[in-house]
Design a protein around this ligand. Sequence first.
Ligand code: GLN
Length: 481
Amino acid sequence: MNLGITATQYLEQIKNGSLTVEEFISKTMERINKVEPSIHAYISLNNDAISQAKQIDKKLKAKENVGSCLGMPISIKDNICTKGMKTTCASKMLENFVAPYDATVISNLKSQDAIIIGKTNLDEFAMGISTEFSYFGPSRNPWNTDYVPGGSSGGSAVSVSALECIASLGSDTGGSVRNPASFCSVVGLKPTYGLVSRYGLISYANSIEQVGPMARTVEDTAFILNIISGIDQHDNTTIDKGKVDYTKELDVGVEGKRIGIISEMIGEGVDKQVAAATSKAISKLQTLGAECNEVSLDSVKFSVATYYTIAATEAGSNLARYDNIRYGFDFDVEGYEFNAYISKARKNFGPEVTRRMILGSFVPSAGYVGKYFLKALKVRSKIKSEIEQAFKKFDLLIAPTSPVLPFKIGEKVDDPLSLYLLDINTIVANLSGIPAISIPYEMTNGLPIGIQFFANSMQEKTLLQAAYALEKTTNLPGVPI
Ligand code: GLN
């Protein structure tokens, strides 16, 4: 059986009876057991998956109504609450936390009869770009297990890429869906801020993050986006998307589309092979009739500093609840005065989260708030207005997803600043709220390179259409493990 089929192919095969849900889920579980020791995509698995599959098969046989996912196995980043399953954020703090409710995106998937196959590994509380900062140990890139899979939704990207599920949900605060998608050769989409509910997504930096789909193809990504997007009474930042089907009119092409090449994301600091792949993609788009011209977004050079100031400040407040009273790790209160108790509890955070907490307490503190936090908010507005200007001239923007190729596990882990700088091509989408997608474009020395498109707010359709057109020009190999 081919576990590498797309969501579209899966649905066809289930519908025409050449495949049962139980067969597919059992084989997927076998595959997971076989490859997990070398890649570690999952933190926990759904022990009821096979019985859920049997039930869906039964309903199909009895010609009862079944939701549009028809039992498709979907993995979920372990910072999204799934009722009755552990939701750990890859942190010792939440090692034993079982979510008492489903995030809206999870209830959406369940209502369409998706099978939540397992919860995937991440950098602790989604802070990182390599999935090395997980309390449970790193995930590995299935294309070469000495390399990182990207992050922070590394486990999600690995699980899709290594055929351990058909699609996944990640979260993208500063690139965490798109970066691992690029490193693992899968598609990853960061929706417009507010298009997808954050209810049940454990907050890191709530003013900039979104849940996003990861899948093998642009069409599959659109299919998942249809299910998870839309207004939600539990999240008042959600937007009414109107009547839109993201899987429709994907093949309109890019003829006449004006595409801006972001100068600041293709020059200095970009790996030669990444730059070459990007130029190739641009030429392809031109051949397909797109008009591509460079555009300078001057404030990109301030975006890393801006992002870390805002994200750390929001994290400082969002993670204050892990004090061992409301959430946390059990130990005896005996013999501690209040502050000592809280500080002992908070020692259960790993080194990267601790670093962010310290930064997030300092930058908005009295005496510094104007110098750092408020200044960052001003730069954020500038980035937003520059992006708005750019979309007056262009329908889409393009850049490599990551300035570099996947790097070796351990290579950068002790140098946090070098990791932060790698966010340069993704974070503008988060700071300005616009949607962006990464698609697999090339392999170089056995490692994947992803290309990224950005579109204006709520223009996911345009974004998916361009990605679909470029995807059609690629011919990429299957995963080696
Ligand atoms: N690398 C960025 C960070 O560490 C982005 C993470 C994310 O998108 N969750 O904050």
